[in-house]
Write a new protein. Structure first.
Length: 82
């Protein structure tokens, strides 16, 4: 089991208990502000991540192929949920 799967499983197991505890200690407005703040923090933190698709070891033809794949995947997934 990798770290990615472990973190996902732990978040799904612990988040409801933490949310209920925070709702008992505080009100819904404070919990919503905390959730929004954590979301903004995660967004800012994601900009510091390095993406291998943009590294110099890829040629322009390989990057074009990757972007085409990603674009077609996003189009397919948006059709499923709409």
């Amino acid at each position: 089991m990798g770290y990615f799967s472990l973190s996902s499983s732990l978040a799904m197991a612990l988040a409801p208990a933490v949310a209920l505890y925070l709702l008992n200690v505080s009100n819904f407005r404070n919990v919503a502000i905390l959730a929004g703040g954590l979301g903004i923090f995660a967004l800012i933190l994601s900009f510091s991540m390095k993406h291998s698709i943009f590294s110099k070891e890829y040629s322009s033809s390989q990057c074009t192929h990757c972007f085409t794949f990603i674009q077609s995947y996003l189009n397919f997934s948006s059709e499923i949920f709409v």
